[in-house]
Design a protein around this ligand. Structure first.
Ligand code: GCO
Ligand code: MG
Length: 408
């Protein structure tokens, strides 16, 4: 059979998502996630203007060949827009292949290596009391791992902190519908470095040693600042410190490694295995943070994780709300199948999103399972999707207190 119809759907049930749907000549459909936060329309145009016509008439079973055709064919390689577009095609073709086989996708990836996938939640609060409240809420829901982010004295709204009030919050969403321009936030690394270690100390004192604690530095430290911070927080036994330095500077992590045993995770802004070449071969990280959606899909992600496995490095696949339920399903099938699984990020989508995308995931005591429906296990309700028009939304821009633009 061949690929007959290629559709791109843009929907905004609270936030924007781009979804690719491929239909074969015998009526089987597959879905792929092509969402790139704040740059959604660029990927949608790449797919509908340049990729769709190339796919029509191709054999849907030739996934590797299609991947190489889209990667090598256009001459221009890599980059988040291209790789998100390739990812969407790749996911949709795997979805179709698994539906044809009558199996959940993880079976085609080697079958389950575990009963469920340990996930971490996002706990945050503007101060310690609010953060502690959120951690307690997640523990009561059964989570065994939480990412913790908190406000820093002297700064206003900062990355990762919901100011929506105490308790478990599912609704932290950094992409703001702020009109033509992104919102702006302020930052001071010195305040942050002196404030954070005390927060980790309080968490350990209150919650004991069992809880897995993660933290995201969101690319804001220089290599020497990150080295000092990673060393300072060693006593609090973090599961990982994420994105301590800007990810594209791979050798920066040599300095951090020389000074600390805090486990390191990086890669959510990467889009190919080449971004990790030094990081993996020199064992400068412990967890690979790429999103299936931004790294060329299941085919590319499986190769990347197999490469990491040779060096004892595990997965920590990116799973924020800007990865659609389709991208999340792709991650969960991989997580269940690979041997070097580490942990999966999980920010549950809002109700409107789950009306548009019907999923078969199940959550039990801190573990997710992708379900056993054939394929990825996600359906797109196109009528529900059409009710939510695209609304421009941007991630904030970050400035130091003197106005200098800094990494967000
Ligand atoms: C994370 C990330 C996200 C990103 C967001 C950008 O660790 O989940 O840092 O919060 O900022 O996905 O689109
Ligand atoms: Mg992150």
């Amino acid at each position: 059979m061949t690929i007959e119809i290629v559709d791109v759907t843009i929907t905004s049930p609270g936030r924007n998502f781009v979804t690719l749907k491929i239909t074969t000549s015998d009526g089987i459909t597959g879905l792929g996630d092509a969402t790139l936060n704040g740059r959604e329309l660029a990927v949608a145009a790449y797919l509908s203007e340049h990729v769709a016509s190339m796919l029509v008439g191709r054999d849907e079973d030739r996934i590797e060949d299609t991947w190489q055709y889209l990667y090598r064919g256009p001459y221009w390689r890599r980059g988040p827009v291209t790789m998100a577009a390739i990812a969407a095609v790749d996911m949709a073709l795997w979805d179709i292949k698994a539906k044809k086989a009558g199996m959940p996708l993880y079976q085609l990836l080697g079958g389950a290596s575990r009963e469920g996938v340990r996930v971490y939640a996002h706990a945050s609060g503007t101060d310690y009391a609010a953060l502690s409240n959120a951690i307690t809420g997640y523990k009561e829901l059964g989570y065994t791992a939480v990412r913790v982010q908190t406000g820093v004295p002297g700064l206003g709204q900062i990355y990762g902190v919901s100011n929506a009030g105490p308790g478990v919050r599912y609704d932290y969403e950094p992409a703001k519908r702020s009109g033509a321009r992104p919102a702006e936030e302020t930052w001071d690394t010195r305040n942050y470095l002196s404030h954070m270690p005390g927060i980790f100390a309080q968490i350990r004192e209150e919650f004991g040693t069992d809880l897995r604690i993660l933290h995201d530095g969101h690319h804001r430290m220089s290599p020497i600042e990150a080295a000092r911070f990673a060393k300072d927080i060693e006593p609090y036994d973090l599961f990982w410190l994420e994105d301590c330095t800007p990810g594209e500077d791979q050798t920066a992590l040599r300095l951090v490694r020389q000074h600390s045993t805090t486990p390191l995770a990086i890669g959510e802004v990467f889009n190919s295995v080449y971004d990790y070449q030094t990081l993996i071969t020199e064992r400068l990280i412990d967890y690979v943070r790429s999103a299936v959606t931004h790294t060329g899909g299941i085919t590319a992600m499986k190769k990347l994780l197999d490469f990491a496995a040779i060096y004892g490095i595990k997965s920590g696949i990116h799973g924020p709300t800007d990865i659609s339920p389709v991208g999340m399903a792709a991650a969960l099938h991989l997580d269940l199948a690979i041997h070097n699984f580490g942990i999966q990020e999980y920010m549950p989508h809002n109700e409107k999103t789950l009306e548009v995308f019907q999923t078969s995931f199940t959550f039990d005591e801190g573990f997710l399972h992708p379900g056993d429906l054939p394929g990825l296990g996600v359906e797109l309700d196109e009528e529900a999707a059409a009710a939510h028009e695209y609304t421009k939304a941007y991630l904030p821009v970050n400035r130091l207190l003197d106005g200098t633009v800094h990494d967000w």
